[in-house]
Design a protein around this ligand. Structure first.
Ligand SMILES: C[S@@+](CC[C@H](N)C(=O)[O-])C[C@H]1O[C@@H](n2cnc3c(N)ncnc32)[C@H](O)[C@@H]1O
Length: 215
């Protein structure tokens, strides 16, 4: 795992197997806040249920916790090697100590649930395309953050988006950094309404997918 400092001073890594970075080099911390937690306006709901699909170092969860201080977050990840990096680095999130405790107890004792005050974090370890089917709670917000569509197209399919859609509440929202046309088309085929997200770190916008209030 090669460590890289991004332009906002937060750290990311390069994954040699996928030949991809975990975050944009323009700012990993900024990406978590601006393309996910703030982009979905997560503070509009009290005690939201959030799915962090592709948890990695957990920056999206950390940004959400820093903003709300109250949430249930289901964390989807399939690689203990990246989770182990969480314990080795210190990042500028108020909730970072909590993220470390959560991951520490998972890696050491296989404990999947962490609770503190109004915060509940649940690790769903394994292939997110399978674990999503087992979640019984429905989400208000979904952070969707796999490696890039060019590298792992199998994570950006209509079928996976449909499975996620089924686990979202009416009027809920999903955020993703990708602007790829086939990604947006697959989101639409799965039933989402797609709108532009913020423009941060590059010329094209990120994507917000809205689940309708019906069905
Ligand atoms: C772009 S990184 C996510 C970055 C992350 N959100 C963060 O803040 O560090 C993609 C992540 O998806 C994970 N991943 C890849 N395939 C997966 C799968 N099928 N199910 C769950 N997680 C997967 C990788 O291990 C990696 O941590």
């Amino acid at each position: 795992m090669k460590q890289i400092k991004t332009k906002d001073s937060s750290l990311t890594f390069y994954n040699a197997r996928y030949k991809d970075h975990y975050h944009t080099k323009s700012g990993a911390r900024e990406e978590a806040f601006e393309k996910h937690a703030k982009a979905l306006n997560i503070t509009e709901k009290s005690n939201p249920v959030i799915f962090d699909i592709c948890f990695g170092l957990g920056y999206n969860t950390a940004a959400a916790l820093d903003l709300t201080g109250q949430a249930t977050i289901y964390c989807f990840e399939n690689d203990k090697e990246i989770l182990a990096q969480v314990l080795k680095i210190d990042q500028d999130f108020r909730s970072w100590k909590m993220i470390k405790e959560f991951i520490g107890q998972f890696l050491k004792d296989n404990k999947t649930t962490y609770e503190k005050g109004n915060i509940r974090l649940v690790m769903l370890f394994g292939d997110a395309r399978k674990t999503i089917k087992k979640v019984e709670t429905k989400a208000d917000f979904v952070f969707f953050d796999p490696f890039s569509p060019a590298k792992v197209p199998e994570m950006w399919t209509k079928e996976f988006f449909k499975d996620i859609y089924k686990k979202m509440k009416p009027d809920s929202k999903l955020s993703t950094y990708s602007y790829a046309r086939f990604v947006r088309e697959n989101l639409e085929k799965a039933g989402f309404r797609v709108i532009d997200g913020v423009v941060i770190g590059r010329r094209s916008p990120s994507t917000i997918a809205i689940r309708s209030s019906k069905d």
